[in-house]
Design a protein around this ligand. Structure first.
Ligand SMILES: Cc1cc2nc3c(=O)[nH]c(=O)nc-3n(C[C@H](O)[C@H](O)[C@H](O)COP(=O)(O)OP(=O)(O)OC[C@H]3O[C@@H](n4cnc5c(N)ncnc54)[C@H](O)[C@@H]3O)c2cc1C
Length: 461
């Protein structure tokens, strides 16, 4: 590799790129990584981490209200947005420094610059004008918020990127979108005291999730005062004094202080020089890769959101690790993309692993559904009007659990644990054989005995 400056050039220091760079360097590779914004990438800087911090902040309002039924008297609590944002920014800066230090400790050369491929082995560093010859290239450039259609007034619309840095808490927010990011931000703003309107063009939020989850979460969000408007889109945004007026396709207008769009996150493939390098895209818009994350050019790989497979941090990290193990560790490794547990940090949370009822019915001849909705114990004294939901989707022939869907406080924590059992191929009988932990909400997972619905496919004539 003497005619190369580095063994590996990584484009993008996010979840996937950082892991790949660190592990490859550990195997002895000379590694350079380029980052055009901040080391740590979306998850650390303007995704999972700051979002979860805001989610924590937003939940105190319910806790304060719920405390009264348990005998507590609180003087009217006050919330200060500026303190929250300053503390959040401090924590993000600490994490960015920690990621940078880890890379430096592994002798990874960090370049603060946009990187563009010039050909299959040459990377151009835009900030310095340098050209680096690399034996291998890893594209880990992630995804970016969809700016939305070019409607009149689109310049007044923010994305999740800006939502993390607002100067003040808006009194009224309109969020357009039905994705997990849209419902999470709706919950954050509502919990912090904003009036929230969620506008979605489809028939219900969280497209792709189980229908019972979608209906249940919507109902819970509405109970918490979020106004959900479906079958509508924002057609125009006009300034109206100090406010904005959003015109909806249904004919109504909504007045808000901020309008945020969360309309998906297309892969970051533009202006990267992929054509010059001969790297092909898939129909999904992401970089086409094989099961080892190898692109159409054998020494160029791609991991994470830019491949548009499953766009989650733990998946990007696994793919980065598998790439480094395969190419520099002599251990060919594929990432298993089945049964990936995931959470939506809405209010209440959603935790999901495996198939929805509809997906299971498409693929399996007999499907049994176990479903329970009930008032959580805490609500008996707090008086809060809320119910939680647990659902199991089971193969009616083999008894294997195909899917688990939870809408409840801490659903993210629960799905991580039940996810192990589902991934290992647990049957409904295995869950039934497990003793309940009482009194918990999660005990429902091992105590549901009655089939709520059973679907059997008719044999073909
Ligand atoms: C608001 C929000 C909340 C989220 N919440 C969750 C969650 O709760 N759980 C979860 O698992 N996932 C969550 N995600 C998704 C998660 O952040 C991504 O799946 C993950 O960050 C993908 O990692 P990556 O390495 O593919 O890309 P990224 O982390 O996006 O990193 C890509 C990096 O490449 C840089 N870059 C791009 N182009 C270039 C270039 N040409 N040159 C140099 N640098 C470049 C970017 O600046 C970026 O830092 C969330 C995302 C958002 C936006």
């Amino acid at each position: 590799m003497a005619d190369h400056d580095v063994d590996l050039f990584v484009v993008g220091a996010g979840s996937g790129g950082v892991r790949a760079a660190r592990i490859a360097a550990g195997y002895g590779a000379r590694v350079m990584i380029a980052e055009e914004y901040r080391v740590g990438g979306t998850c650390v800087i303007r995704g999972c981490v700051p979002k979860k911090l805001l989610v924590y902040a937003s939940r105190f309002s319910h806790d304060f209200e719920d405390a009264a039924g348990f005998g507590w008297t609180l003087h009217a609590p006050r919330f200060d947005w500026a303190t929250l944002i300053a503390n959040k920014d401090k924590e993000i800066a600490r994490l960015e420094a920690a990621y940078t230090a880890t890379l430096q400790k592994c002798a990874v050369d960090i370049v603060k610059s946009r990187a563009v491929l010039e050909d299959a082995h040459t990377v151009h560093l835009v900030a310095t004008g340098q050209r680096i010859r690399a034996a291998h290239i890893l594209v880990a450039t992630g995804a970016a918020p969809h700016p939305g259609p070019a409607i009149p007034g689109i310049e007044h619309v923010i994305s999740s990127n800006e939502a993390f840095h607002l100067g003040e808490l808006p009194r009224h927010v309109l969020v357009q979108g039905g994705s997990y990011i849209a419902v999470e931000f709706a919950g954050i703003f509502a919990g912090l005291g904003s009036k929230v309107t969620l506008v979605y063009r489809g028939d219900n939020i969280l497209r792709g999730f189980d229908d019972d989850v979608r209906a249940h979460l919507r109902e819970e969000m509405e109970k918490r005062g979020i106004h959900v408007i479906t079958h509508n889109r924002v057609n125009a945004v006009e300034p109206m004094g100090k406010h904005l007026s959003a015109r909806l396709s249904g004919g109504n207008a909504v007045t808000a202080d901020k309008v945020m769009f969360a309309l998906g996150r297309p892969p970051n493939v533009y202006g990267l020089g992929l054509e010059a390098a001969g790297v092909r895209l898939a129909d999904t818009g992401g970089i086409a890769v094989d099961e080892f994350s190898r692109t159409s050019v054998p020494h160029i790989y791609a991991v994470g959101d830019v491949t548009n497979r499953i766009n989650l941090t733990p998946v990007a990290i696994r793919e980065g690790q598998a790439f480094a193990d395969t190419v520099f560790g002599g251990k060919p490794t594929q990432v298993d993309h089945t049964n990936v547990p995931t959470a939506v940090f809405s209010e209440p949370e959603v935790g999901v692993i495996g198939l929805s009822e509809a997906q299971a019915r498409d693929r399996f001849a007999k499907v049994d559904v176990y479903l329970t909705r009930f008032r959580p114990m805490k609500a008996t004294l707090s008086g809060r009007d809320t119910t939680i939901m647990f659902k199991l989707v089971v193969d009616g022939i083999t008894d294997r659990v195909l899917g688990c869907h939870i809408v409840a406080p801490d659903a993210g924590e629960m799905i991580q644990l039940i996810g192990v059992a589902v991934k290992m191929g647990a049957t409904k009988a295995d869950l039934d054989a497990t003793m309940a932990v009482h009194p918990t909400a999660a005990e429902e997972l091992v105590t549901m005995r009655t089939v709520a619905r059973s679907h059997a496919r008719q044999a073909a004539e």
